[in-house]
Design a protein around this ligand. Sequence first.
Ligand code: RIB
Ligand code: CA
Length: 312
Amino acid sequence: MSQVYPNRLPILIDTDPGVDDALAILMAHRHADVVGLTIAAGNVGLAHTTANALKLVETIGATTPVFAGCATPLVHAAEDAAFVHGLDGFGDTGYAPSARRAENEPAAQAILRLSREHAGKLVIVAMAPLTNLALALRLDPDLPSRVARLVVMGGAVTGRGNTTVSAEFNIGFDPEAAHIVFCAWPKIELADWELTVRHGIAFDTVARWVQADSPTARFFDAISRKTRAWSIERGRPQLALADPLAMAVALQPDIVTQGEEHHLEIALHGAARGATIVDWDDRSGKAANARIVMDLDQARFEALCASALGAD
Ligand code: RIB
Ligand code: CA
């Protein structure tokens, strides 16, 4: 049990910060006991994602340990998403690097240790390529038995991807890792890309939030400026905040107003590589391994985001 927040939900976040990751991490620190950040490569390379996590933790004065993970996908190399998040993953603001250092313990081992220390209570929020989680599962297949909930931001449940025609970025960056995780985990709570698009947030709402007189608002205003501008230039009607949506599900499970449980598997080959194939009519006879969030309370979602920025 954490000494800092004895009654709060213990949350371990696997993340590739990443602008939307940053807001999700701020939400978690506002409302839960964040026992660690395990860092993946994805949005940008591991050196940047780790440095960004350290800077974020320092900015909010938290003592959350940061554990660097895998620098590459398990099998095949993949393109990053610097065009969305900036070359450094945090909007290329040129921030002074944090004085903090990542722990020596690798991410996969930290996931296993923290699952033992918080056995039965730990909530893992995976909002990056699933490389670290897959490695942890290969090291200890009993991991799911110690974890109360696994919430994943990933996938495109009817094939409307954001990185290829049918693949969402977190799954498409490391499909083999996602395959390992979805084969091993009994029930994953899934907030996919299509849900994210349905629950975008108006640009002027975000613009109002980042004007709040708070260190978190100022920080998020700076790092998100490029991503917001890029989204508007791309003609997106709203700002897509994928990781904050998954974090909202983790923090407030009853925010979900509609969900479906089905078997889900990952396509590993061909044009659909990285796609999340959902057995919507349960034809396969395979057990449901995914609890797919189909709808949630938008007002509560936005309130959680605003509170993380001191804009509530
Ligand atoms: O597809 C959206 C996901 O990919 C988010 O987690 C975003 O941070 C990127 O990692
Ligand atoms: Ca992410």
